[in-house]
Design a binder for this molecule. Structure first.
Ligand code: ATP
Ligand code: MG
Length: 107
């Protein structure tokens, strides 16, 4: 039998509980072009919420989301490499007209 409990990654909305108020706040900030800092104690659900937020935004035609975890970067060079790789991977994955052409350019 497959393990029904997901414990280490975001597995889509079917496995994501609640956080509706927090999600609305993220969407509201995004729609109004406001930066947002999310902080809490460890393992409370920050990363999961960001993945869920991105999943929600992906339904919009003109939006490409980029997830970049810089936790393990140890220098400016590593940070920049990771940021670029995250951006290129996200843009390549999306098939959204002009944006995918930008991805081709970066590749
Ligand atoms: N709303 C949710 N519904 C179901 N599972 C969740 C939810 N939020 C978090 N989880 C799960 O709980 C665990 C911890 O969540 P997450 O990694 O998002 O926390 P975090 O705050 O980013 O942790 P850290 O401080 O270590 O970065 C993960 O396995 C994640 O899949
Ligand atoms: Mg996290």
């Amino acid at each position: 039998m497959e393990n029904p409990f997901v414990t280490y990654h975001y597995a889509g909305p079917a496995y994501f509980c609640d956080r509706e108020a927090e999600l609305s706040k993220l969407i509201e900030a995004f729609d109004n072009q406001r930066y947002l800092l999310l902080h809490s104690m460890r393992r409370i659900g920050k990363s999961g919420l960001i993945h869920h937020f991105h999943h929600t935004l992906k339904k919009r035609k003109n939006v490409v989301t980029i997830y970049c975890d810089i936790h393990n970067t140890r220098s400016d060079e590593e940070f920049i490499a990771k940021l670029i790789m995250s951006a290129v991977t996200s843009v390549e994955k999306s098939k959204k007209g002009i944006v995918s052409r930008v991805g081709n350019f970066f590749t």
